[in-house]
Design a protein around this ligand. Structure first.
Ligand SMILES: [Zn+2]
Length: 100
């Protein structure tokens, strides 16, 4: 499944998919699901999860500066607090959209 159109509408990201469905993801949710190692943590060979302590995110962290398309499989949002290392594959994006 691939998005055919991605637009920011207010505080949400409206994603139109190639199956004709449409999902809305609040920007705050999108940011909290950031899949980069710094946000999600890294698992070492022993299975221990290393995660940055949950630092409070500034309001800018939930404001979108722009979205870059990466190849044909992912998007990379850049946030106003300067964070832009999260790569959201379309599959992951769909999961975030459907997560409660
Ligand atoms: Zn991140």
């Amino acid at each position: 499944m691939k998005p055919v159109d991605i637009q920011q509408i207010g505080e949400e990201l409206a994603i139109k998919w190639d199956d004709g469905s449409e999902t809305f993801v609040p920007l705050e949710k999108l940011r909290r699901y950031c899949p980069c190692a710094g946000c999600k943590g890294e698992i070492d060979v022993m299975g221990n999860l290393y995660k940055n302590p949950d630092r409070p995110l500034s309001p800018e962290a939930f404001q979108l500066r722009g979205i870059t398309r990466v190849g044909t499989y992912a998007i990379q949002p850049s946030w106003k607090d300067g964070h832009a290392s999260g790569l959201y594959s379309f599959e992951y994006l769909r999961k975030v959209a459907e997560a409660a």
